[in-house]
Design a protein around this ligand. Structure first.
Ligand SMILES: Cc1cc2nc3c(=O)[nH]c(=O)nc-3n(C[C@H](O)[C@H](O)[C@H](O)COP(=O)(O)OP(=O)(O)OC[C@H]3O[C@@H](n4cnc5c(N)ncnc54)[C@H](O)[C@@H]3O)c2cc1C
Length: 377
């Protein structure tokens, strides 16, 4: 006997949890199907927790802005501290990117978003000894960090309170269209619903394939490294676009990393220590004070970005597959977009459209109209 619901959400990371909550809040009978024995153990548990308005695509900035307003009221509404700390976000931008980046940030300012264009002297007050070749800097005073697993668990708890069911160790094995809906097979039984949301993160391409659909989302391994403890100044999350190196305080340590553009897609496991050497060399070349720091190799961790060809999310209904929705492919900015994405995707499912969901449609790849976002870190 199949269990019947109004909507099935595949994946209990922060995106699936947010979608499940917003659908349950609207009165739908929701089941969340999660492959792992616990929620939020995929990329949601591996992120750097950064949240920023500084994106070149106004739609990305808009999603972060909406997420932040949800996070600000999160404790009162969900009884869970989302861990939001406005430590600020500083972009140090090289000559090659500066004209485009400055114009984009000025556009966000004109739209009323909290983004500042700094002189180099102003930037140096945040982080001393700026590297050479910086053309300009931008800063987000309310940007910062939050705790994605806590937010995911908060959404799931609230979804359960509204009647949603969460099935753990219930991976989607196969899905097919049946009648007016979808029939989903898992080792925990068969589920049926008119709506399925693929929120399986780095596994979303594989989940789509198991439903007979093509979704260009691939896993790409990323690592985060930590220094040994020292008296970390109150630096903002700082991104040096020339080297790709980013860092921020994490308790008594500095958390840092850089995305390896040559990392091949695939479920490769473990911290990439060869890449650590490269990141360290880049960091030392750009910020000589890195030379004075020790490192704590045991505290490094790794996870997957879910990457699309243009490194922006795919949202909305799959063309030609009524009732099958995607919310995946967020690269390194999915945790911060998830609260808003859940709300907007629920709106699209219930009312047929949402302007931001429509903007991130899958069809853009078929039309060869990628979304250009130079602010992917
Ligand atoms: C090193 C690193 C740093 C990052 N830093 C940031 C950052 O600073 N800010 C930011 O916003 N984002 C950041 N991200 C990205 C962010 O973590 C992700 O975009 C976000 O967590 C995606 O959430 P999700 O719910 O889509 O995916 P996930 O959390 O991966 O959840 C997907 C779930 O689907 C489940 N699943 C897989 N297959 C199946 C199946 N067949 N059936 C059922 N369930 C299945 C998985 O077990 C998993 O729980 C970072 C990511 C990494 C790896």
């Amino acid at each position: 006997m199949a269990r019947r619901f109004d909507a099935l959400v595949v994946g209990a990371g922060i995106v699936g949890a947010s979608v499940a909550y917003h659908l349950a809040e609207a009165g739908l009978g929701v089941a969340v199907l999660e492959a792992a024995p616990a929620p939020a153990t995929g990329s949601t548990g591996k992120s750097a927790g950064g949240l920023r308005h500084q994106f070149a695509l106004p739609e990305n900035a808009q999603l972060s802005a909406e997420s932040l307003s949800l996070l600000k009221g999160f404790s009162e509404r969900f009884g869970v501290d989302p861990g939001y700390r406005p430590i600020g976000y500083l972009f140090l931008v090289g000559e090659d990117r500066w004209p485009v980046w400055r114009a984009a940030m000025q556009g966000l300012r004109e739209a009323g978003l909290p983004v500042q264009v700094l002189t180099l002297e102003e930037a140096e007050r945040f982080v001393p000894f700026l590297p050479k070749g910086i053309a300009g800097a931008t800063y987000g005073p309310v940007d910062g960090v939050f705790d994605p697993p806590s937010v995911a668990l908060g959404f799931l708890r609230a979804a359960r309170e509204r009647g949603a069911r969460v099935f753990l160790e219930a991976p989607l094995i196969r899905a097919r269209r049946q009648g007016n809906g979808w029939r989903v097979e898992t080792p925990s039984g068969v589920f049926e619903a008119p709506v399925v949301v693929n929120a399986a993160g780095a596994w979303a391409g594989e989940v789509a394939r198991r439903a007979g659909l093509f979704l260009p989302v691939v896993p790409v391994r990323r690592a985060i490294y930590l220094t040994a403890p020292f008296e970390v100044p109150a630096w903002p999350l700082t991104v040096d676009t020339t080297s790709g190196v980013y860092f921020r305080p994490e308790g008594p340590r500095l958390l840092f990393g850089a995305s390896n553009p040559a990392e091949p897609p695939g479920f490769r496991e473990g911290v990439d220590w060869q890449w650590f050497i490269e990141v360290l060399m880049r960091a030392r070349a750009r910020f000589p004070w890195f030379d004075t720091l020790g490192f704590d190799k045991k505290r490094a961790w790794w996870g997957y970005y879910a990457e699309t060809p243009d490194k922006n999310a795919v949202l909305g209904e799959h063309p030609g597959a009524p009732g099958w929705y995607h919310a995946a492919g967020f690269s390194g900015h999915g945790a911060q977009q998830a609260p808003a994405v859940g709300r907007r995707l629920a709106r699209a499912i219930l009312s047929g459209s949402d302007e931001l969901v429509d903007r991130f449609n899958l069809g853009r790849f078929l039309r060869d109209e990628p979304l250009v976002e130079p602010g992917v870190v």
